[in-house]
Design a binder for this molecule. Structure first.
Ligand code: SF4
Length: 448
C-alpha cells in the first residue's frame, strides 16, 4: 500500500467513481454501494479523474477476468493517482495480498465484508458522519437517476461445489437478504424512475433457504408491494426451484426470459462438473417452461472443452442446444482456474479442438438467434428503452430480452413495432408507435 498526503473533504464535496467487472451480482453490489455513498453525502463521479475515491468490484471467474481486473486496478490508479483506491470482489477475495500490493490500493474489502464496504471506506477516509439532509428518504436512489434498469442483489453464496466454479470459493455460504429490505430498495429505484429490476444472486434459485422463504414468495411480495413495471430474473441454476415458481410468470410484469446455465449436454461431462441437472432433466424443464410461458426466451451458458470432453460428448451438447432453441449463448472456452477441482482433472482438450468447438457453437448460436429474432418481425409490444444513445443509436429490450434499436431519441417503456432484422443477425430494428405503452406482452404465441 502507499500513503497519500492528508486531504480534508467534506461529505458533500467528496465524489466517488464506481467500476465493476464480471457478473450481474457485481453490478448489483456496485449499485447498492452507489446508493449507500449517496446516503452518506457523496456524489457519483462520471469519470475517475473527477473522483476523490475510486471503488472497483473485481472478478475472478476465468484467468482472463483476473487479468482484466488487474488491468482495471492499474489503469484507474494511473488515471487518478490522487484518488483513494478501494478494491473488492472475487479477485480481491481470492488474492488479497497481490491486490494490496498493487500500487495505489488503499483498502481491500473481501466479499464477506462487502456489506460494510462503504462504512470501512469512510473510516479509512476518517469522514465525519453524513449530514441529515443527505440521508433523507429517496436520496438513496439518486444514483439510479437516468437509468432505466437496475440490478438488485437478493442472495449471495452457494452450497454447491461445481468443479469449475471459483465463485463458490470466493463467495462462501448462502445468505439471502430479507424480503423487506429488497422491497424497500426496489421502491427507491421506482421512485427514481427505474422501470425494470433484475434480481441477481450467485445461486438465485436458493433464495430464502436460510430465511424460511423462497424465490416464488419473494416475487409474489415484489408484485404485491412495489409498482416496478418490469421484473426480470438473473441467471438461475436449473434445479432446486421452489414449487409454483413459474406461476408468477402469469403476471405480465414478470418478464418472459430465463437464463438457465446448461454448461454441457453430456451427462458424463455434467457428472465431472458436479452439476445437479442431467441432460434429460434439462430438456424436460425447458419443455415444461415453454408449455407454461409460450413466449419465453431461454438463454444459457456453455463451457467448451471441459477436461475429458470427447467428440461424442460435444455432439450431445450441440444437439441439446439446438433442441432447446436457446435465444442466446454465453460461450466460455474452459481454462483451468487455480483453486478449483476442475483444474486438476485429467484429459485436457487441445486448444485447437477447443477453438474448433467454440467456432461451431458460435455458428449454431447465431443461427438460433437469427431464427428467434425473425419470429418477432412485425411484433408489437412494450420495449424498455435506455436513456442514453450508444454508437449514435438508441437501444432497448423487449420483455423477452430481445435487443432492438432505433435512430430516434426515445426513453422509458414505449409501444414499439419490430420491423427488420439487422444484417448482423444480432438485433432488430424498431418503429415507435403512438399508442399508450402497456406492460402487457402481446406476442403472437403461435409464432413463438
Ligand atoms: S451452482 Fe452455480 S454458483 Fe454454485 S457452484 Fe455451481 S456454478 Fe458455482
Amino acid at each position: 500500500m502507499h500513503t497519500h498526503p492528508i486531504r480534508i473533504n467534506t461529505p458533500l464535496t467528496m465524489s466517488v467513481y464506481l467500476k465493476t467487472l464480471g457478473c450481474r451480482l457485481n453490478e448489483a453490489e456496485l449499485e447498492r454501494w452507489g446508493q449507500q455513498f449517496r446516503n452518506a453525502g457523496y456524489s457519483i463521479a462520471q469519470t475517475p479523474e473527477q473522483a476523490a475515491l475510486v471503488v472497483i468490484n473485481t472478478c475472478a471467474v476465468t484467468a482472463m477476468a483476473v487479468r482484466k481486473s488487474r488491468h482495471a486496478i492499474r489503469q484507474l490508479a494511473r488515471r487518478n493517482p490522487q484518488a483513494r483506491l478501494v478494491v473488492s470482489g472475487c479477485y480481491a477475495t481470492l488474492e488479497p495480498t497481490s491486490v494490496a500490493a498493487e500500487l495505489g490500493v488503499d483498502l481491500v474489502v473481501s466479499n464477506q465484508d462487502k456489506d460494510q464496504l462503504v462504512e470501512r471506506t469512510r473510516h479509512l477516509l476518517a469522514q465525519p458522519s453524513a449530514p441529515v439532509a443527505a440521508t433523507e428518504p429517496g436520496s438513496a436512489a439518486l444514483f439510479a437517476r437516468g437509468r432505466s434498469r437496475a440490478f438488485i442483489k437478493v442472495q449471495d453464496g452457494c452450497r454447491y461445489r461445481c468443479t469449475f466454479c471459483i465463485t463458490t470459493v470466493a463467495r462462501g455460504d448462502e445468505r439471502s437478504r430479507p424480503i423487506r429490505a429488497i422491497i424497500e430498495e426496489i421502491n427507491q429505484y421506482t421512485a427514481a424512475g427505474v422501470q425494470e429490476i433484475v434480481l441477481t444472486g450467485v445461486q438465485l434459485a436458493g433464495y430464502g433457504n436460510d430465511q424460511e422463504s423462497d424465490l416464488a414468495e419473494l416475487l409474489a411480495a415484489i408484485l404485491d408491494k412495489t409498482d416496478i413495471p418490469r421484473i426480470r430474473l438473473g441467471s438461475l441454476e436449473p434445479w432446486g426451484w421452489p414449487p409454483r415458481l413459474l406461476d408468477v410468470f402469469a403476471n405480465p410484469r414478470v418478464q418472459p426470459h430465463l437464463h438457465l446455465p446448461l454448461q454441457s449436454g453430456s451427462d458424463r461431462i455434467l457428472r465431472r462438473m458436479a452439476r445437479r441437472c442431467w441432460r434429460d432433466e434439462f430438456s424436460h424443464l425447458a419443455h415444461h417452461i415453454r408449455a407454461v410461458i409460450p413466449e419465453v426466451n431461454l438463454t444459457t451458458d456453455i463451457i467448451v472443452g471441459f477436461p475429458g470432453e470427447t467428440a461424442a460428448d460435444w455432439q450431445q451438447t450441440l444437439e441439446l442446444v439446438e433442441q432447446v432453441e436457446f435465444g442466446h449463448l454465453h460461450i466460455f472456452p474452459f481454462s483451468p482456474r487455480a483453486g478449483t477441482r476442475a483444474a486438476d482433472l485429467p484429459d485436457p482438450v487441445s486448444t485447437q479442438t477447443q477453438q474448433t468447438r467454440v467456432a461451431e457453437l458460435h455458428a449454431l448460436g447465431q443461427r438460433l438467434k437469427r431464427a428467434r429474432l425473425s419470429r418477432y418481425l412485425g411484433w408489437t409490444g412494450p420495449v424498455l428503452w435506455e436513456h442514453q444513445p450508444r454508437q449514435g443509436r438508441y437501444w432497448g429490450y423487449t420483455p423477452h430480452y430481445l435487443r432492438v434499436t432505433t435512430p430516434l431519441p426515445v426513453s422509458g417503456i414505449r409501444a414499439t413495432q419490430l420491423s427488420t432484422l439487422d444484417a448482423s443477425g444480432e438485433f432488430l430494428h424498431a418503429k415507435l408507435l403512438e399508442t399508450t405503452p402497456t406492460t402487457e406482452v402481446t406476442v403472437n404465441h403461435a409464432r413463438c
